[in-house]
Design a protein around this ligand. Structure first.
Ligand SMILES: N[C@@H](CCC(=O)N[C@@H](CS)C(=O)NCC(=O)O)C(=O)O
Length: 346
């Protein structure tokens, strides 16, 4: 059985869990504890993030996107990638928006709200000591839990700064969150999953943010749950399908339907992602490696740019007919052009 190593507060770990279960795989869902950290990291060339997966075949995969894509390739019956290559590409963009941009909005509480920060940090500390979040402090370990939680809180503050989520930008981050949730609420009122009755890797990504963040952190949940019933229903629906190992298998909608549906999210400025990507690419190209989000100075994100290039390469690899259909449907979206117009090898 594949082994998933991660932690409960990790959006991407919960995303990987959902992806694996939707593919019909059994999952040995383990915490990446202090006791196994050295051994796990040695197996993945020192990669220190989570999630990581040790496959049944004995090899390892790191990064939630690569986990979802590679396991979809190995287990095609319930692949999380649409059969239509043009729709598949659009869903890669949707997943990128979620992984690289919705992240910021989902940090609206964790780094800046002291009660949330302490609550999540304690959960993370319990996890690295091998206990589930919400457990009572194991006898004699209270001091250790507190020490690890302190370090984890500092990590969250740093994650906030890197994403431009600081006290001064809180209102803008909340506005970004509301705009994103409003668009998702409209979409999920009209369809069970983003691309039809069948879940994609982008759905798993969205679910991860809900499961380990917006519908988990008490303050976030108190805010989000009463306002966005279709999102709450999506969260329950995907969990039930994941618990059932992806059964019953649904169907993909066609490209025209999905592109009309996703336009409020990915069309125009893509709720700020397009401007961010441009500034990020520029900051990496001109060597300043700094940019501003909502007036907050942040380091440029090499990973986001790497991901843009990967998706650009996938666009270049499409058949001419698929590319024409894709561009007829979404070629006017600036975000799509940010991937599609990237010259090869640039
Ligand atoms: N692109 C990666 C991101 C992984 C990531 O940033 N994971 C966070 C937790 S959600 C992490 O490991 N943070 C700890 C660290 O950076 O040391 C993925 O999709 O898996």
């Amino acid at each position: 059985m594949p082994i998933l190593y991660g932690t409960e507060p990790s959006f991407y770990t919960r995303k990987a869990w959902a992806a694996m279960r939707l593919l019909g795989l059994p999952v040995d869902d383990r915490l990446k504890t202090l006791a196994v950290k050295a051994e796990v990291e040695a197996a993945v060339g020192g990669y220190h993030r989570f999630p990581v997966v040790c496959c049944e075949e004995g090899d390892w995969i790191v990064d939630s996107t690569d986990i979802g894509l590679e396991l979809s390739r190995r287990h095609p019956a319930r692949s999380l990638r649409p059969d239509d290559p043009a729709l598949d590409w659009l869903m890669l963009v949707a997943e990128d928006w979620l992984d690289e941009w919705f992240l910021r909005a989902c940090l609206a509480w964790r780094p800046v709200d002291a009660a949330t920060r302490a609550w999540v940090a304690r959960a993370g500390a319990l996890n690295v000591l091998g206990h589930p979040a919400g457990a009572d402090s194991p006898a004699g370990l209270e001091e250790k839990v507190a020490r690890i939680a302190d370090a984890t809180e500092r990590f969250f503050v740093m994650a906030g700064e890197v994403n431009g989520v600081v006290a001064q930008s809180r209102q803008q981050v909340l506005a970004q969150l509301e705009a994103s949730l409003a668009a998702l609420e409209t979409i999920l009122s009209a369809t069970p999953f983003l691309a039809g009755t069948r879940p994609s890797l982008a759905d798993a990504s969205l679910w991860g943010y809900l499961e380990a963040g917006l519908l988990w952190e008490p303050a976030a949940k108190a805010h989000v749950a009463p306002r966005y019933p279709a999102i709450v229903a999506f969260h329950g629906r995907l969990k039930a399908l994941a618990d059932a190992g992806g059964d019953p298998l649904g169907q993909w909608d066609d490209l025209a339907t999905v592109s009309r549906r996703l336009e409020p999210l990915l069309g125009g400025d893509a709720l700020g992602f397009h401007a961010f990507q441009r500034a990020n690419a520029q900051a990496l190209a001109d060597g300043t490696k700094r940019l501003a989000i909502d007036g907050v100075d942040v380091p440029a994100r090499g990973f986001t740019e790497k991901s843009r290039r990967k998706i650009a390469a996938a666009h270049a690899a499409l058949d001419a007919a698929d590319r024409d259909r894709l561009m007829a449907a979404v070629g006017g979206w600036p975000l799509v052009r940010a991937y599609a117009d990237l010259p090869e090898g640039e």
